[in-house]
Design a protein around this ligand. Structure first.
Ligand SMILES: [Zn+2]
Length: 508
């Protein structure tokens, strides 16, 4: 980075930090485009070139961040921290944390891991397609080995898995997550049992019926418009696994997947990904081209997708309001249906194998299974080869069902192939944050009335003002205080589940 040093020698330390931010943002921009391409249009054989490119790009990233010059800039700024404004302080903290996180890993290992991620997700895709875990197993073991080493390099103390949890949710530990899941389990397990005992079955107009893909696409477009998605700063495309790629706040790309025999899949993945997209699009323009101009943590990000998917999209009032819109697009399929039937059908609780198709109540059990497995991997109790049988055993324990293939079992999620260990708990945390946000929002305006009035924009405006605009300049704790006036309280979520499902299944 000698050229950077020459160019920047006349800059003040804060100007040098700004320059670092912009250089790393440019690399982030390039990487994001590569990932977008790999998940949408790139041909199969592109993987080798992509893997090579990512090795070199991550080497650039590493060397731009980790060097004597930047080290000194951080020290100088920390010594004069009181002279910085709030945004500058946030940037300093962000890059100090990023520096410490990256600098402890040798550059060749850091870069090699990026290359491995590309090869590993490719192997996972093939393994899933062929229902053959052995194709993926050696890659998964390498990914696990790297993460174990990475935990050692970072040497944070505590439970080894804490280090990975904190990559996705600041300050999260195994101890806190165990307590959170214990609370959830104490409410969800008896509730699922009562629902099973109630003998209620739901006749779904969405099952065994074909929904034309062309009209599903039209529905996605209509929903995006109502939710407030800015089409000049975002697009929707198709991919096998729906996701959101935030390139900048003005270029937020989401995907969905259309199945003729499962309209709820595209309906809810479009709403979910749009929730992520609104977060990114509504970040304050003042943050500029910056690494901080993105959502603060995965837990908060998931709260924004899940509040739309579940609290809004799986509510009775949503179906009362938007049923005519669906019926208009699918008059034959929904001729005999009513909003109430659709509401019950999209909240039909039963044990299923696939996480992303699960109902809102059993969903958390899918997350707990993954959490238990990851915890055991990083306690050194499980390796790649043990995962298919450990997976099946936990599905039997938690949900009373066993997958008949690894494709529907241990191979179903992309996360492990990309090394995203520690990510899954963010989904459950996101649901819990969402419940707390909804209660706070209702103190400012009647959320159900906004939905009834076809004014989803009021929800977007509230979230933008309380959460989105801050990007990564606030921690989850600070966001919760700003938006709800109190720290995180999972009771909002358990109360929400108890009320919703007692009513749905007449549990009295
Ligand atoms: Zn999500």
């Amino acid at each position: 980075m000698t050229s950077t040093t020459t160019h920047t020698k006349d800059l003040t330390p804060i100007e040098q930090l700004e320059k670092l931010d912009q250089s790393l943002s440019a690399l982030g921009f390039s990487e994001a485009l590569i990932f977008w391409d790999s998940a949408t249009l790139a041909p199969k054989n592109a993987v080798n070139g992509r893997s090579e490119t990512l090795v070199h790009l991550s080497e650039f990233y590493y060397n731009t961040l980790v060097n004597e010059h930047i080290h000194q800039v951080l020290i100088d700024l920390e010594a004069t921290k009181n002279d910085l404004n709030d945004l500058e302080k946030s940037k300093l903290q962000f890059f100090r944390e990023e520096y410490d996180k990256v600098a402890c890993v040798p550059v060749d290992e850091y870069a090699a891991f990026k290359g491995l991620q590309a090869l590993s997700s490719d192997a996972w895709e093939e393994a899933k397609e062929k229902n053959d875990f052995s194709i993926f197993e050696p890659y998964l073991q390498k990914v696990i080995d790297f993460q174990r080493k990475y935990i050692e390099y970072r040497n944070k103390g505590g439970h080894p898995y804490d280090t990975l949890l904190q990559d996705y949710e600041r300050d999260l530990t195994v101890e806190i997550t165990d307590q959170f899941f214990d609370r959830l389990r104490a409410v969800i397990v008896p509730l699922v049992q009562k629902i099973k005992d109630s003998g209620v079955t739901v006749l779904s107009p969405f099952e065994g019926v074909s929904y034309d893909v062309k009209n599903q696409k039209q529905l996605s477009d209509l929903l995006l418009e109502k939710l407030g998605f800015n089409k000049d700063s975002g697009i929707i495309a198709e991919s096998v696994h729906p996701f959101t790629m935030n390139i900048t706040k003005d270029d937020v790309r989401i995907t969905t997947h259309y199945y003729e025999d499962n309209i709820l899949s595209s309906l809810y993945s479009t709403i979910h990904e749009c929730g992520h997209a609104l977060y990114e699009q509504d970040i304050d323009v003042a943050l500029g081209f910056s690494r901080l101009a993105t959502g603060t943590t995965m837990g908060i990000h998931e709260s924004q997708s899940r509040i739309y998917e579940n609290n809004v999209g799986r509510s009775r009032v949503f179906w009362e309001t938007y049923f005519p819109l669906l019926k208009n697009l699918f008059p034959d399929q929904l001729g005999d249906a009513t909003p109430e039937i659709c509401y019950k059908a999209c909240n039909y609780v039963r044990p299923t194998l696939i996480r992303i198709e699960a109902d809102e109540l059993t969903y958390a059990l899918h997350i707990m299974i993954r959490y238990e497995l990851e915890k055991q991997i990083f306690e050194g109790k499980l390796n790649a080869k043990d995962l298919p049988s450990a997976w099946n055993e936990l599905y039997q324990n938690y949900l009373g069902i066993t997958p008949d293939s690894d494709a529907k079992g241990v191979l179903q999620d992309v996360h492990w192939s990309e090394g995203l260990f520690g990510y899954f708990p963010s989904y459950a945390l996101g649901s819990a944050y969402a419940a707390q946000f909804e209660v706070a929002m209702n103190k400012d305006f009647d959320v159900n009335k906004a939905i009834t009035d076809d004014q989803l924009i009021l929800i977007k405006n509230w979230l933008a003002d309380k959460i989105h605009k801050y990007g990564s300049t606030k921690t989850p704790e600070e966001i919760l205080l700003i938006a709800t006036g109190e720290p995180f309280n999972p009771k909002y979520f358990t109360d929400y589940l108890l009320k919703k499902y007692s009513d749905l299944y007449n549990l009295g």
